[in-house]
Design a protein around this ligand. Structure first.
Ligand code: 1CP
Length: 354
């Protein structure tokens, strides 16, 4: 068992549990990397996956935004695509393009995925988490994360990002059995991977379903929700079996506004909300549900002048209210966004009296 320094800032954990913290908690999706000049400098000397796979390097990048800003959480530097990589697929990170999987999955080569030992091959993520927990010295809680089954399926079949996901969606309509087989296999790995991250020291977990926006309610009920429910239930159960404290879990199903109340019934303590929904609509759809919401400032608001950005943030907080609320963007920060805008966002959030 690892023993770590005591936690000094538990705002985000309190908000996730439905308690009222002293100030509203705030963190930023994709806060570790991309837009930070110190990260760009760092990347000149190290490849993307070299950083992911080396505990010292991953820890260093994770801490960059924590040293610079008054954030209420850290998120381990890694990527959702380390799972396809651990399953034996080649993943390349191309500058200006993003991830590329040169040999995408087909219904013919589905059986070639190397399932045995996949979580074992991801142990380096656990090592980075453990080191980071020590180096954080209890300053803020550390997020572990994974891609959701559907989002990983999308990257594995498309061979990278896609505007339509038509190849992956073709599986759902033309090859439902193979789709379920793949989603089930990914779900089982995600469960063990997340449990391993908690054993290593992760204090809160986020599941990214960034490709949910290309499904609809019927498809999500069949191919999204059951697997997300299994992940939540089994992570909880396996932590119990290992006598580990349960950790709150965040589900960020980007663009899945077509089934927000259904998401709230999966058991996740927190739902991430993208920027396309008005706070009032979110609160109305989730009325009576036992969940905290996280979000949902349009990331592009960070391009606004300081005063306008502060006004937008204050307005969003007023509409969401302070109960069961974690402030974040409605999706990740972009590489060309001004680091000073993050400062404005954080100062504005923390200056609100709750
Ligand atoms: O704060 C952090 O950024 C922590 C580490 C992190 C996380 C949580 C990275 C590092 N990636 C992710 C998640 C991730 N990766 C998601 C889910 C969240 C989201 O929707 O933003 C997705 C879809 C990916 C896949 C991915 N990786 C893309 C395509 C979509 C996107 O996010 O733009 C790209 C471009 C990457 C590369 C990547 N991952 C992470 C960084 C810092 C980078 C930039 C590449 C580089 O620096 O070379």
């Amino acid at each position: 068992m690892n023993t770590f320094p005591p936690l000094k800032n538990d705002r985000i954990l309190r908000a996730a549990r439905g308690e009222l913290p002293d100030k509203l908690p705030v963190w930023v999706m994709r806060q570790a990397g991309r837009y930070l000049p110190e990260f760009m400098e760092f990347r000149k000397n190290h490849s993307f996956f070299e950083i992911c796979q080396n505990a010292e390097l991953a820890c260093e990048v994770t801490l960059m935004p924590i040293r610079r800003y008054d954030l209420d959480a850290a998120i381990i530097f890694s990527d959702i695509l380390v799972i396809p990589q651990a399953l034996g697929m080649t993943v390349e990170m191309k500058a200006g393009i993003g991830p590329v999987l040169p040999d995408p999955l087909t219904t013919e080569n589905l059986n070639e995925l190397k399932i045995d030992g996949a979580v074992e091959r991801l142990k380096y993520v656990g090592e980075a988490i453990t080191l980071t927990r020590h180096k954080l010295e209890g300053k803020v809680p550390l997020f572990g994360f994974s891609g959701a089954p559907w989002t990983l399926m999308g990257y594995m079949i498309e061979g990278g990002g896609s505007k339509t996901l038509s190849k992956a969606k073709k599986w759902l309509y033309a090859h439902p059995d193979a789709s379920h087989k793949l989603l089930e296999l990914l779900t089982n790995i995600i469960i063990d991977y997340l449990v391993m991250q908690v054993e290593a020291g992760a204090q809160i977990l986020q599941v990214f379903d960034s490709n949910a926006d290309l499904l609809n309610k019927e498809l999500y009920i069949t191919y999204g929700l059951p697997y997300l429910r299994k992940i939540k239930q089994l992570v909880h159960l396996k932590l119990q079996e290992k006598k580990l404290e349960p950790v709150p879990m965040v589900l960020f199903a980007k663009g899945a506004h077509y089934c927000l109340p259904e998401q709230a019934d999966l058991g996740y303590e927190v739902l991430g909300i993208d920027w396309t929904l008005e706070p009032e609509v979110v609160r109305r759809l989730l009325k009576g549900k036992n969940v905290t919401v996280q979000g949902n400032l349009d990331p592009c608001a960070l391009y606004a002048p300081k005063e306008e950005l502060a006004r937008l943030v204050q307005n969003m907080i007023k509409q969401f209210g302070s109960q069961r609320y974690i402030v974040n963007l409605g999706h990740g920060i972009y590489p060309d966004m001004p680091p000073d805008s993050v400062q404005t966002l954080l100062e504005t959030v923390h200056s609100v009296n709750i």
